[in-house]
Ligand binder design. Structure first.
Ligand SMILES: [Zn+2]
Length: 101
C-alpha cells in the first residue's frame, strides 16, 4: 500500500519514504555497526532518493534496522540493537509511520 502510494505521488520512487517523526516519537538507540549478523540481508528498505536510507535486515532468526546517511560520498552507517524478527517488523512499521526514529 505505502509503496503504491509513494509510486503514485513521486513518479520514480518505488520504495516507501519514512513519515516525518511524530512529536512524541520513541528514539531508537543507533550505534555504529559492530558485528554483522551471519547471513543478515535486507528484506525491506526505504527509498534511496532521500539522504537517509533505512533497511530492515534479517538473519539467523534476529533482525535489526540499519540507517545509512549518504553525505558527500561518505556514507555514515548506524544500526539498532538486535531484536526478534517480529519485534523488528513492528519497529520497522513504526519507523515508516514516524512513531519511532
Ligand atoms: Zn523516493
Amino acid at each position: 500500500m505505502a509503496e503504491q502510494n509513494a509510486h503514485l505521488l513521486l513518479d520514480q520512487c518505488m520504495s516507501p519514504h519514512v513519515a516525518m517523526a511524530q512529536r512524541d516519537h520513541v528514539r531508537l538507540d543507533w550505534r555504529p555497526p559492530y558485528r554483522t549478523l551471519a547471513r543478515a540481508r535486507p528484506v525491506a528498505w526505504t527509498c534511496a532518493c532521500r539522504a537517509t536510507l533505512y533497511e530492515l535486515c534479517e538473519g539467523g532468526g534476529q533482525a535489526f534496522i540499519r540507517r545509512t546517511v549518504q553525505l558527500d560520498g561518505k556514507p555514515q552507517i548506524f544500526e539498532t540493537c538486535r531484536w526478534s524478527i517480529s519485534e523488528a517488523r513492528l519497529t520497522w512499521t513504526a519507523l515508516l509511520s514516524g512513531r519511532v526514529r
